[in-house]
Design a protein around this ligand. Structure first.
Ligand SMILES: [Ca+2]
Length: 224
């Protein structure tokens, strides 16, 4: 069921159910009642059903208009059901049930579409895999309740603090490198400019005999 059923679901609701039956069963899903929101010809609040026979990409149905006693049967032993609402106006929500259907033999010509999470990902309670950046960011990206990305959030998480600290360190290191290189280039340019000026002056005044460039003669030094 969607939250608050049979009342209207909350705004910005995101629910995902990854359903897995035993190896010799398929899944019969019945949408007993559903009402979403159609806005300007686009599904604003919708229900989506994906068949798990070849990954989750096989779309069985996506709707925001009412469904009653609508049934689908999975090809293999997996189904994925998603429900999402936007930020305003809510419908009646979802009530559904599942029954496993014995196939008479083991379905072994399909592999599980439920992926193992990568080392940089977080495994949600509903077996969705999320990048850790989605943890404690204020949005329910997992689409579940319990062991989800927004549970047990007390301010910024350790991962977020570590990421912020690393970002600041990298930024500071880049600043130091740019500052050092710029300073060295500026000093080098100044030295070259001074050398050019001296060379020009020597060429104009006859070179090494130029009193301006020679050290002061002892006789020409004023004495007091
Ligand atoms: Ca989140």
């Amino acid at each position: 069921m969607s939250p608050n059923y049979p009342g209207s679901y909350p705004n910005n609701t995101h629910c995902v159910w990854n359903i897995e039956a035993s190896s010799n069963y398929r899944i019969n899903l019945t949408i007993e009642s559903f009402g979403g929101q159609l806005l300007d010809g686009t599904c604003a609040d919708f229900l989506q059903i994906n068949d798990g026979s070849a990954g989750w990409e096989t779309l069985m149905n996506k709707t925001c208009t009412p469904l009653n006693n609508y049934s689908v049967l999975s090809t293999a032993r997996w189904l994925k059901v998603s429900f999402k609402s936007d930020g305003h106006i809510a419908g009646n929500g979802l009530r559904a049930s599942i029954v496993r259907v014995y196939t008479g033999s083991v379905i072994n010509n399909y592999s599980s579409p439920i992926a193992e999470c990568r080392s940089y990902q977080f495994e949600c309670g509903n077996r969705e895999c999320l990048t850790r950046a989605y943890l404690c960011d204020g949005f329910n990206d997992c689409g579940c309740v319990g062991d989800c990305d927004e549970d047990d959030c007390h301010g910024a998480g350790l991962d977020q603090l570590a990421a912020i600290g690393m970002g600041i360190s990298i930024g500071f290191a880049i600043f130091i490198v740019i500052f050092t290189v710029t300073f060295a280039l500026e000093q080098n340019l100044k030295k070259r400019a001074v050398k050019r000026n001296i060379k020009k002056h020597m060429e104009k005044s006859g070179g090494a005999n130029d009193p301006f460039l020679k050290p002061p003669d002892a006789n020409t030094v004023n004495r007091y």
